[in-house]
Design a protein around this ligand. Structure first.
Ligand SMILES: Nc1ncnc2c1ncn2[C@@H]1O[C@H](COP(=O)(O)OP(=O)(O)OP(=O)(O)O)[C@@H](O)[C@H]1O
Length: 244
């Protein structure tokens, strides 16, 4: 088991370039640490690189360079060198880490339309060969979606779909929740309700979380750290810096 002081993620000089016709964007993470149970907020305008950073942390996007990019699973003594995995093309190992230890909430839910709400919530646990039945009932009750468990996502409102997406991300008890604009497609009242529910459930589960948002107000949130962020535009394009 790991010591409480070992960060879940530790990144140094992590870089990702993105190029499209006529523009270039690069994300730089000089230093980033996320500790067990910690909640970090990525705040910033549209296009500042929040999704890029989340996709790197979600092991869905290969960095271009890193001095250090390490993940500490809760169940093993040794940290995993993610950058070495990417360099060696160990994609199955990265996918397995993602499935076991990460829960990802997307802006519009990302639910599978051909599965019921219950099946969507239990999907990751099922892929891991676990039984999530005991988790689904209490999570659905907390998120007030019990009556929808046997319906399909298309029968739900956007707010209800986001509740299901939160339940799905938490049901396999991951070490980290990554949430990309989880309230951006909701009206202000629903956004506020979902934001509070998400923070409450993350705190109760003891899961660490990184939440990207451009629409949460600037008020400090107790126990939530805002990631430092700076944008620089030069002739070479835009460079975004995020650091803890
Ligand atoms: N697949 C891609 N190919 C090329 N450039 C991309 C790609 N995805 C994003 N970008 C560029 O990278 C930059 C950062 O995008 P990113 O989606 O990370 O920002 P964001 O802060 O999450 O924005 P939003 O709040 O609008 O989702 C933008 O300039 C965007 O145009």
């Amino acid at each position: 088991m790991t010591s409480a002081a070992t960060p879940v993620y530790c990144c140094r000089a992590l870089v990702k370039q993105r190029r499209s016709t006529g523009s270039s964007f690069s994300l730089h993470v000089p230093t980033f640490e996320l500790h067990a149970g910690e909640i970090i907020l990525l705040r910033g305008a549209s296009g500042c690189g929040k999704s890029t950073l989340l996709d790197l942390l979600a092991l869905a996007l290969r960095p271009d360079a890193a001095e250090c990019f390490v993940f500490q699973p809760p169940t093993t003594a040794a940290p995993v060198d993610l950058w070495a995995h990417w360099q060696r093309g160990q994609y199955d190992a990265l996918a397995s880490l993602r499935r076991h230890h990460l829960g990802y909430i997307l802006q519009t839910g990302g639910l599978l339309p051909f599965l019921t709400v219950r099946e969507n919530i239990g999907l990751t646990a099922r892929l891991l060969g676990r039984d999530a039945t005991a988790m689904i009932g209490p999570l659905a009750a907390r998120l007030q979606i019990t009556v929808h468990l046997d319906t399909y996502p298309r029968q739900l409102s956007l707010g209800e779909r986001q509740r299901v997406a939160i339940a799905r991300a938490l049901a396999h008890q991951p070490a980290v929740i990554l949430a990309d604009e989880p309230t951006a497609s909701l009206d202000p009242r629903n956004a506020q309700i979902i934001r509070e529910l998400l923070l409450e459930l993350v705190r109760e589960s003891g899961t660490a979380a990184v939440i990207a948002t451009h629409d949460w107000d600037d008020e400090p949130i107790t126990g939530v750290r805002v990631l430092n962020h700076r944008l620089a535009s030069t002739a070479r394009g835009t460079q975004a810096y995020f650091w803890t």
